[in-house]
Ligand binder design. Sequence first.
Ligand code: NAP
Length: 426
Amino acid sequence: MIERLPTPWGLVRLGVAPDHPKLKTVSRAYERIAVKPGFRFLGNVEVGRDLTHADLERLYDAVIYAVGAQTDRRLGIPGEDLRGSWSATEFVAWYNGHPDFQDVSFDLNVDRAVVIGNGNVALDVARMLALTPEELAPTDTTEPAIEAIGASTVREILVVGRRGPAQASWTTQELKEMGELAGADVVVDPAELELDAVSEAALEHDTNARRNMDVLREFAGREPAGKPVTVRFLFFRSPVALHGDDRVDAIELVHNRLEEQGGRLVAVPTDERETIECQLVFRSVGYHGVPLPELPFDDRRGTIRNEGGRVIADGGAPLAGVYCAGWIKRGPTGIIGTNKKDATETASLLLEDIREGRLRHREDVSAEAVDALLAERDARAVLYHGWTAIDELERAAGDKLGRPRVKLRTWDELLDAAERVAEKTV
Ligand code: NAP
């Protein structure tokens, strides 16, 4: 398993919200795989920098790309790059301790934040912003993020969806949690929950949407308890501009109506607009995959071109021994379980190709050949025991504070911790 970062488990470590520790326990399954004979972890090795696809094809019988969707989608509106306007990715990566995002500084000493999007990431961002120091304390949120969020002066968080409540893509459990926050009241205007006939009819076949509507109606019936923060859901509105001189001071929204187009209800702008003062904007409108050198790519979907996980060459035939799984195969949707099923499909095709003799096996290629090439290129690979050293250090620091771990956050800290153990074992 080759990984650009010194740490494994991708979004489980650096994407899943820190106040969702149960979701992170999937890493135990990965740990069981990692100690099996034949598994090797090569962290801090970047494909495209330290190794090329051609190297991998030469050094391995098969290659599976599971690199996720690495950029966020843009809104394409004026003011998007003003100070105070962030992608959800940046905020999530920061509070989770991604080493590339530790120099960013979020000014949370403001009154109102707006989160654009109606997916689970938008809920993660809104919820993390609203957590109290007591709620943050038992999580593995980084220390600077605990400090900044704990000291935040944000009083209102608006979660804005371009379509209606019945079209939101969040899952019901995540939505329910918004109503269980210690320091925040949740507010929904009942008028925004009135559905058009098509949305109402669609609920019959969509259990998730039906349950979401039940939760939202329950929210709408609540009297605010006077908690310090209010999380307010707004629907049928799209951002058209962010205003401000050097930083965001307002967001302009256009009201939408729903229209059926090609079997899908889409948001169509009306003439009605409103401008809301705000000092922070988080754009949480989905991700997009990034093309990999030497691999066929579908630009529109942001995925490696594939059939069930077999990478498909320009002529339409499978590229022997090259596969993909997860968001770079399917696009940035689905929860952990969806990706598990997806990976199983790819692995089954790979096994079928082995059985059918479609993979080329070279006896002379070994793990030592990989190590030699990495050494020749001055790559400082972090092996699995390097990662377990990081893991142990973090857990020990967490133990002292009654937290699951205190994350090492910078490249230097992570590489030093991994290399200290490497020196001891040499
Ligand atoms: P998502 O579910 O695809 O949500 C993206 C949201 O952005 C949608 O509401 C979409 O609206 C909206 N959007 C897109 N373009 C827009 C625009 N130009 N203007 C306004 N709104 C726009 O994606 P996500 O929230 O990034 O999550 C990615 C995946 O990770 C999802 O499958 C999610 O369930 C999963 N995830 C799961 C958890 C969990 O299980 N706890 C946590 C985080 C993420 P439309 O529907 O109108 O396109």
